[in-house]
Every structure is written in structure tokens, then in C-alpha cells.
Design a protein around this ligand. Structure first.
Ligand SMILES: Cc1cc2nc3c(=O)[nH]c(=O)nc-3n(C[C@H](O)[C@H](O)[C@H](O)COP(=O)(O)O)c2cc1C
Length: 400
């Protein structure tokens, strides 16, 4: 795709990665984009770059807009992660910029990644701004959203917020704006991105949203580093972020299980039946089939997490341990939790799952249900009852 003029003299010069399917363990079924933005002003300024294999693509786009890459005066590094900085060494070599702006943590991280002592790095902090001619760039550090170095850049004259990874989506499309793609698909990818990347930093997101509100920033466009640009659905994505960062849930339960001979699966289905019979929506996922990042997307707005595994060698099944390790690291909060599983003789899986639920600070509303080998009719009836009781707890505690 050629460079794309977003607004007069402001270009998207990023790359579309149609083929990426695994982004450090996140299943990017719809590919991704690495967005870089070029602003033509007295000081020609490039915001972020692209992943290293796309360096030539960026160079071609810059040449197309500028004729000569050396015309770039400033580079702003909003986020040091390699998908946005991989092309930086080559661009700095060719552009010979006067200054490369980054946060104080970015200053350290750039050195720790590229080990270059002669780059013209300039640290900027929250509240600092620079003039690039007719336009100003204001910086706001966004530490741990989602890296220590992360910051966002605001151009008041254009009412544009360059948001690095915040509000991003792993979503490869030929379209560049939110109103040009399918709304449901877009919000699904934005939710998946939040669940899998941003969720652990929800307290910081809450603070940032408050700061942005207090600063009364007028925002006509949000330019993230992945996916499409927000211009028509800004209110929707801000409201979604507000919901997600405060762990608001829906009356909906997620059952995730792992099984060898289908006993735990039978229990999972019976618990789901109990939930459904009380009018609560349920999603049942199998840890051997569903990707951990898709499971995580369902965790985001679930009020109850119901995890099941049979016991294998005194532990839960490894595919369940994988999923739970991943979920725990993303720090979901304010959930109801229940563990269950079949076993043969010692039955430790439920105890281990409960430990994960405790670490997620879940409210455990049942001590955990075990059935020896193949569950009997009565045991499955008990599972249905457990499902019904979880449904009642969901209704009681939903966003209480
Ligand atoms: C290789 C293997 C190891 C097992 N290890 C244990 C164990 O350590 N403790 C236990 O209680 N059951 C153990 N079991 C028994 C299973 O937990 C039991 O068969 C259970 O009903 C399987 O449920 P599932 O069909 O949901 O996988 C083991 C089974 C297999 C095949």
C-alpha cells in the first residue's frame, strides 16, 4: 500500500503484515499493521517506525513522500518495542535526524536494545512539548501502558493523538480508518488486544483516561501503532477502555476445561447447562483446541471463570496449566471462580486450579468439585446445581 495522507501533510507510512499469525504467543488471526506516521512541517517528523523485516517498505514510503529521507529532521519514539523500532537503526543511518525524542525510560531502553551511543537522543517528559513549525507536539508518558518507555504524542493544532500501542488492534486491512471496516470485527480485535496486551496495566489506563479527561484534550483522531485509525468511533473505544480498565463484566460465564477421556468434559457441559438454565450466557472452551489468546479475550468481560481439568501425575493437564499461567499473568480481576475435574486416585488438579484462582484474586464461590473417574448421573446433576448457583452469584455480584 502506498503512503496514505490521513490529513493534509500527515501521512501513514506504516506496513501491513497480512501473514503474521503468532505475535509473541498471541494468535493474530487477522494479521497486523505496524503504523508509522510522518508529519510535514518546518521540522519533518516521523513518529515510530516498523518491524525490521518491513524496513524497505518504510524507506520506499518515505522516499515517495519526501523524495529524500535526509529531509527528516525529527524522529519521535513513542514505544521502543521491536515491532515499532526494528527499522529505527536503518532510518537513523539514512535520515541523520537532528533529534530523536523519547521518554526518559525510552532513552534507557533504546540504548539497551540498540547499543548506539551516538544517536541524537533527547529525553522528553510529561508536560514537555516541542514546536515543529506550525504544529506543536505535546508528550505524555504512559509508563507501563504497556512498557516502561511508552509515551503518547498529542498535536493540538490537528487534534490528533498518536497513541502508540494504546487503542491498537492486530488487524491487517487495506482500509486505514475505523469507519471503513466492519464495526464488530474492529471492536472484537480491539477487545482481544486489550485482553492480551493492556489488561495487566488497567490501573495505569484508568489514571491515563482521567488525565486525558482533565487535560480536556480535543481529539479528532487517535492514531495507534497497530490497526486502523479511530475517527468515527472514538467515543466507543474510550468507553470500552473505561469499562475494561475498571474490570466491568457482563452476566456471562466462561467455562474452560482440559480432558483426556471426556469425564471432565461431561462435567463442564453439565455446569454450562446449569448456568444456561438460569438464563446466564456461557461460553465453553477446550484448552486443547482453543488458543490461549482467544480464551483470554473471553476472560475479559466474563463475570465467572470456571476452570476444569482432570488429574495427570498429581497435577492438572499441561494444556490447562499453560492457559492458566497465561491468564494469571494478564491479571484479570473481580471474577467469580470455581474449579472442577475428574480424577482417578489422588485428584490434585482442583487444588492446583484453586491456587491459580486465588492468585487472580477471584471470589471462589464453591470449594471445587471432583468426580472419581467417569461421573455418575447424580454427580452430573450436582454439576448442574453448581452451574445454577454460579449463575445466582453472577446476578448478585455483577458490577456490585
Ligand atoms: C497417564 C495418567 C496419569 C494419571 N495420573 C493421575 C494422578 O496422578 N492422580 C489421579 O488422581 N488420577 C490420575 N489419572 C487418572 C485420571 O485423572 C482419570 O482417568 C480421570 O477420570 C480422567 O478424566 P478426563 O477424562 O477428564 O481426562 C491419570 C491418568 C492417566 C492416563
Amino acid at each position: 500500500m502506498p503512503p496514505f495522507e490521513i490529513k493534509k501533510d500527515i501521512y501513514w507510512v506504516g506496513s501491513i503484515d497480512w501473514n503474521v499469525r503468532d505475535f509473541h504467543g498471541y494468535s493474530t488471526k487477522r494479521g497486523s499493521t505496524y503504523n508509522a506516521y510522518l508529519v510535514l512541517d518546518e521540522k519533518i517528523t516521523l513518529f515510530d517506525t516498523v518491524k525490521k523485516p518491513f524496513t524497505n517498505d518504510l524507506i520506499h514510503k518515505l522516499i515517495k513522500v519526501l523524495g529524500d529521507i535526509e529531509k527528516i529532521d525529527y524522529i519521535v519514539v513513542d514505544h521502543v518495542e521491536m515491532d515499532h523500532s526494528g527499522a529505527l537503526p536503518e532510518i537513523i543511518k539514512r535520515a541523520k535526524p537532528e533529534k530523536v525524542f523519547c521518554s526518559p525510560m525510552g532513552y534507557k531502553a533504546l540504548k539497551e536494545h540498540f547499543h548506539q551511543e551516538d544517536w541524537p537522543l533527547v529525553e522528553v517528559k510529561t508536560g514537555d512539548s516541542i514546536s515543529i513549525g506550525k504544529r506543536t507536539v505535546q508528550f505524555i508518558e504512559t509508563r507501563m501502558i504497556h512498557w516502561p518507555d511508552s509515551m503518547i504524542s498529542y498535536i493540538p493544532e490537528e487534534k490528533i493523538l498518536i497513541a502508540q500501542d494504546a487503542f491498537g488492534q492486530h488487524y491487517a486491512t487495506s482500509e486505514r480508518f475505523d469507519d471503513e471496516v466492519k464495526y464488530d470485527e474492529l471492536m472484537q480485535e480491539a477487545a482481544k488486544y486489550y485482553a492480551n496486551i493492556v489488561l495487566p496495566f488497567s490501573p495505569q489506563v484508568e489514571k491515563l483516561l482521567k488525565t486525558v479527561e482533565e487535560m480536556n484534550l480535543e481529539i479528532e483522531m487517535i492514531l495507534p501503532d497497530h490497526g486502523v485509525i479511530w475517527r468515527s468511533h472514538i467515543k466507543d473505544i474510550l468507553e470500552a477502555y473505561k469499562r475494561w480498565c475498571t474490570y466491568q463484566a457482563r452476566d456471562y460465564a466462561l467455562v474452560v476445561y482440559a480432558t483426556m477421556w471426556h469425564s471432565t468434559e461431561k462435567m463442564a457441559m453439565a455446569i454450562a447447562d446449569g448456568l444456561m438454565s438460569e438464563g446466564v450466557s456461557v461460553k465453553v472452551m477446550n484448552a486443547s483446541i482453543d488458543h490461549r489468546s482467544d480464551i483470554m479475550t473471553q476472560v475479559l468481560e466474563a463475570k465467572a471463570l470456571i476452570f476444569g481439568s482432570s488429574t495427570l501425575n498429581n497435577n492438572m493437564l499441561p494444556q490447562m496449566a499453560d492457559v492458566l499461567t497465561y491468564i494469571k499473568g494478564l491479571r484479570p480481576r473481580k471474577k467469580i471462580g470455581v474449579a472442577f475435574g475428574s480424577f482417578g486416585w489422588s485428584g490434585e488438579a482442583v487444588k492446583h486450579i484453586n491456587k491459580f484462582l486465588e492468585e487472580m484474586q477471584a471470589e471462589i464461590v464453591h470449594p471445587g468439585y471432583r468426580a472419581k473417574f467417569v461421573p455418575t448421573h447424580d454427580q452430573l446433576k450436582e454439576c448442574v446445581e453448581i452451574g445454577k448457583n454460579i449463575a445466582k452469584a453472577i446476578k448478585e455480584k455483577l458490577n456490585a
